[in-house]
Every structure is written in structure tokens, then in C-alpha cells.
Design a protein around this ligand. Structure first.
Ligand code: HEM
Length: 504
């Protein structure tokens, strides 16, 4: 077995990383996402060559506006980037989110969420460039106008996706954005650390930034160029292949999906099931999410108690695992956050003690079979950067059937160095998987499409295990979330961004 790669402390070029990788810009409560298509390649390149992109360097006071730029593979081609460079990116980025029926099926983009029905992101509606604008209150409108005026010679605007400031609460009413992986910015964690058998929130930088070692101790594939094609020496050399220029370094992939939420449908369904009992409908909603409305986890740090035990609350709402709740009596096995991050380590879960550890390490634990799919969370983490949009409807209004106004939802955004292993795996295997964690007949209670499986199996059930009797089952769950658009983008390092639009 090879030795873990030793950490290389302090060598991240923060001034080359786009700020979104390091900051969620929560203080910039206004945001707008411009989806642009190239109409004049030279003019588009000229704007991008000088676009005021905000870096990941921390400044005090923090910026009042921030601008980020990302490209689809179609966009790179439209900007005249050479085909062999585009092909050097990952296959799923090159193929794009839509346009492949098998990918759509795996991601659950079926029926009402079929890409054919999307407002953007499919067929001729794939954007080329995403410009993300974040601004302090009151600054967005004028700034957006000036950015659009500057780039109109090069681009046509396909859409300007507005966002709403819901004060950290997503449209169903739950506090969001609590759990995030912690990036090892100081590069102190040894990659491929075989001694790291327990769940940890600290993630190798290479899971989120290209050009750095990932959790396997390897470097994720990205375009590595002959330095001759970088005459101006704009690009850094690859850490792992020093005779190549690294176009990926300090860049990340950005997954964006516009998810419409049926807030009325969600609360009215639960209200009907609970026979109008407000406390019960809220409890089941919390069990579907895996956290209470205010964000408390349903397991305590020890996992042995319900949230009424104050141990689960407190300043760190993220310091827990599900290890001591193997049957899901506190947080159901299929709850959204448990699917999204089972908080499992490389070693399958089990009882403490050296014998149990040995049995599990050698793979003799028959009960671990069901857990196989949920092991090794560290390879499937997502850095979420989404923003809410649309109308803010309270639970009371939703239950009372307030007249449907503007739609509400989430511009789901996540970053990762490997779209297939991170977003596509979490979405396809964990969210849409009907056999997740030994369950049957159920997809994610928030995101599931509810269509029957190929063998006719239902997927519209949500099981709530009970210690003192059979599972409580909520059946006939309607679809609560519909995909309205989406695309895979590359969020380049800032030098790579300039290289892509200056070098020919
Ligand atoms: C409209 C759709 C969605 C809603 C309403 C929603 C809601 C939530 C809420 C309320 C939380 C708990 C707060 C937190 O831990 O930050 C959460 C956590 C999370 N969600 Fe979602 N989510 C949605 C879509 C997605 C999608 C599409 C994915 C990935 C494919 C995803 C992945 C995650 C992850 C990774 C976590 C953190 C889990 C953890 O580390 O404990 N979510 N979501």
C-alpha cells in the first residue's frame, strides 16, 4: 500500500480562485444569474478578458459586489476554444446536463422535469456563459444594467435569473445552507489518508479545486497543455505533471439547476395526512428533511436521543453522525439530509470496540451489505451555493391554499471537481435511488419524481421507522420539486479564464 501524499501547506493561489469557491457571499443578499449566448465572438472575448472577476482573497471590509464567470462546454466552443482543449475536460461536462436520455433518467429528469420541458438548458437553449452577480442591498439593479450594457456587443441575454432574499430559509420554510464541507485551504490533511477511518468534515482541496490532490490522493483529470501553446506563460504548471501547463488549476465545476418548489402542495399534503394537526404535519416535514424548521438535526451528537435533548442544538448544528441511529428511529433513513450526506466513513458503521472494527474492516459484517451504497461519504461531498427565488409563502398561507402567485424555488448550485462522482452520484444514487440504505419503493421525499420504476415498483412512499411498532408510512407523495432548467459549467481559475479568451 503506497504512503499517503504528504500535505503541501500554504500553496493555494487565492488570487487565482473565483471567490464563490471560498465564500457563499451571504452578506451580498441580492443576486442575479445572467445566462448569455455568444453573438460576436471577438466582442465576447474582449469583455471576458477584462471582466472584473472577484477572487477568493479575503478583504476587509468584504466586497459590496462580486462577479463570477463560468462556461458550458458549448460556450467554450462558441468562444473559439480549440476542440482538443474542450475534450480535455470531464466527459459529463463536455456532454452537458441535458441531451442524453440515460443521464436524464439517472438524474430523475423525467415526466414534468424532462429536459424537453425546461425553460433553459436543453437543445438550443443551452447557455454559453453564466455571469453571477452578487450585491449588497440596493446595489444590484443599477450594476446589472451596467454589466449588461458592457457585454451586449458580444452576447445576447438568454435569461436573467432573479433571486429572492428569504433570510437563509428555503421556500418550504426550512433553514438552509447549514452543512457544508470544510475545505482544507491550508493543505494540512494528507491526501489518501488511510488512517482517516471516521467521518470528518474536512475535505481535501482537490475535491473542489482542480489541480490539487483529491481524497484518493490523485489529481482529477483536466486539460493539461503543452507549454508551447501558452506562449505568454499565463497558466501555472501542473503540480503532478510539471512539464505541462494546467488549465484546470484553481477551477471547479459548477452544477446549476432551477428547481421549482410546490410549497402549497407540500404543506397541504402533510396537512391532509396529519388530519389538520399542525404539530404532526411539522414533525413529519422535519422527518422528511432530517432537520427541524429551525435547522436542528434530529439526532444528537451521540445519536442516542431526540432533538428535545439539548445536546443536538447549540452553536454547531453540524457536529453529528448517524452512527448511533442505525435504524433511523430519530432521523429516518430516507430523510433528505441523510441521503444527501450519510456522514459515513470508509469503515462501515457498527458497534464500537476492536472486534467489531476488525469484522467490519475485513468485510465479514453481513449487515453492512445494505450500507454499501452509503459508505465513504468523503468521495461524494458537494459545496452548495444555491439561492432561493420567487415568492415567500408562509406555512399558514400554504395550508390555507393562498392563491398561487409567482412560482418559488431554488437555484440549486453546487461546486465540485468531479461532476460524475459528486453531483451525479448524489443526485442519481442517493436522491433518486429507490433502494437507498436498504429502503424500498422510495426516492428522496423532497426531490423524488414519484414515477413508478421500470418493474412497476412505486417510488412515492416515505417510511418513518418507529422503535415500538411498524414503520409509519406516508404514501402517495406527490411531486414537490420540478426541474425548470439546468447546465454544467466550468468555473475557471482567473488566469485560465484570461487564457481561454486571449490565447487562440
Ligand atoms: C428544492 C430542492 C431542495 C430543497 C428544498 C433542499 C433543502 C435542504 C435543506 C432544508 C437542507 C438542510 C440544511 C442544511 O443542512 O444545509 C438541505 C441539505 C442538503 N441538501 Fe438539499 N435541498 C434541495 C435540493 C438538493 C439537491 C438537488 C441536492 C443534491 C443533489 C441537495 C443536497 C443537499 C446536501 C448535500 C445537504 C447537506 C446535507 C448534510 O451535509 O447534512 N439538496 N437541503
Amino acid at each position: 500500500m503506497s504512503a499517503p501524499l504528504q500535505p503541501q501547506a500554504g500553496s493555494v493561489e487565492l488570487d487565482d480562485v473565483q471567490g464563490l469557491v471560498r465564500f457563499g457571499y451571504k452578506h451580498l443578499t441580492q443576486a442575479c444569474f445572467l445566462l448569455l449566448r455568444v453573438k460576436d465572438c471577438d466582442a465576447a472575448r474582449a469583455w471576458l478578458a477584462a471582466a472584473p472577476v472577484t477572487s477568493a482573497v479575503a478583504i476587509d471590509p468584504p466586497p459590496r459586489t462580486a462577479l463570477q464567470v463560468a462556461f458550458t462546454s458549448e460556450g467554450l466552443r462558441a468562444l473559439g476554444v480549440a476542440a482538443d482543449i474542450v475534450e480535455g475536460f470531464s466527459a459529463e461536462f463536455v456532454a452537458g446536463m441535458s441531451g442524453d436520455a440515460s443521464r436524464a433518467r439517472r438524474l430523475g429528469d423525467v415526466a414534468d422535469s424532462d429536459p424537453d420541458r425546461w425553460e433553459w438548458g436543453a437543445a438550443r437553449r443551452v447557455p454559453h456563459v453564466l455571469v453571477m452577480l452578487y450585491a449588497a442591498p440596493g446595489l444590484l439593479d443599477e450594476w446589472r444594467g451596467s454589466v449588461l450594457a458592457q457585454c451586449q456587443a458580444g452576447f445576447e441575454q438568454q435569461a436573467a435569473l432573479a433571486t429572492s432574499d428569504m433570510d437563509g430559509v428555503e421556500p418550504f420554510g426550512f433553514v438552509d445552507g447549514i452543512s457544508q464541507p470544510q475545505l482544507d485551504w491550508n493543505r494540512q490533511r494528507a491526501a489518501r489518508d488511510e488512517d482517516q477511518l471516521d467521518y470528518t468534515n474536512l475535505a481535501c482541496l482537490g475535491e473542489f479545486l482542480l489541480g490539487y490532490p483529491n481524497e484518493y490522493g490523485g489529481y482529477t483529470d483536466r486539460p493539461l497543455l503543452d507549454p508551447k501553446s501558452d506562449a505568454g506563460a499565463m497558466l501555472p504548471r501542473a503540480e503532478d505533471v510539471p512539464d505541462k501547463a494546467d488549465l484546470g488549476r484553481n477551477g471547479s465545476y459548477l452544477v446549476m439547476r432551477q428547481l421549482r418548489q410546490d410549497v402549497r402542495g407540500f404543506w397541504q399534503f402533510l396537512d391532509r395526512q396529519a388530519g389538520g394537526d399542525a404539530a404532526l404535519r411539522e414533525r413529519w416535514a422535519a422527518e422528511m428533511v432530517g432537520r427541524t424548521l429551525s435547522g436542528d438535526p434530529l439526532v444528537s451528537r451521540s445519536g442516542k436521543s431526540a432533538p428535545s435533548d439539548a445536546a443536538a442544538s447549540g452553536p454547531d448544528l453540524n457536529d453529528f453522525t448517524y452512527q448511533a441511529d442505525p435504524y433511523g428511529f430519530f432521523c429516518p433513513l430516507g430523510a433528505h439530509v441523510r441521503r444527501a450526506n450519510p456522514r459515513n466513513a470508509d469503515l462501515p458503521p457498527g458497534r464500537p470496540g476492536i472486534v467489531s472494527r476488525l469484522v467490519r474492516a475485513l468485510g465479514f459484517d453481513a449487515g453492512a451489505l445494505d450500507n454499501d451504497l452509503v459508505a465513504s461519504t468523503r468521495f461524494h461531498r458537494l459545496l452548495r451555493r444555491g439561492r432561493e427565488y420567487g415568492a415567500n409563502v408562509s406555512i399558514a398561507q400554504a395550508v390555507a391554499g393562498a392563491a398561487a402567485g409567482a412560482e418559488s424555488g431554488l437555484h440549486f448550485i453546487c461546486l465540485g471537481a468531479n461532476i460524475a462522482r459528486q453531483f451525479e452520484f448524489v443526485q442519481g444514487a442517493w436522491m433518486m435511488g429507490t433502494k437507498f440504505n436498504g429502503l424500498k419503493s422510495e426516492g428522496d421525499p423532497l426531490l423524488g419524481h414519484r414515477q413508478a420504476g421500470p418493474d412497476g415498483t412505486a417510488t412515492d412512499v416515505f417510511s418513518i421507522p418507529r422503535p415500538d411498532g411498524p414503520d409509519k408510512q406516508l404514501c402517495g407523495l406527490p411531486r414537490f420539486v420540478t426541474v425548470r432548467g439546468g447546465a454544467y459549467f466550468f468555473l475557471p481559475g482567473i488566469r485560465a479564464l484570461r487564457y481561454l479568451v486571449i490565447a487562440r
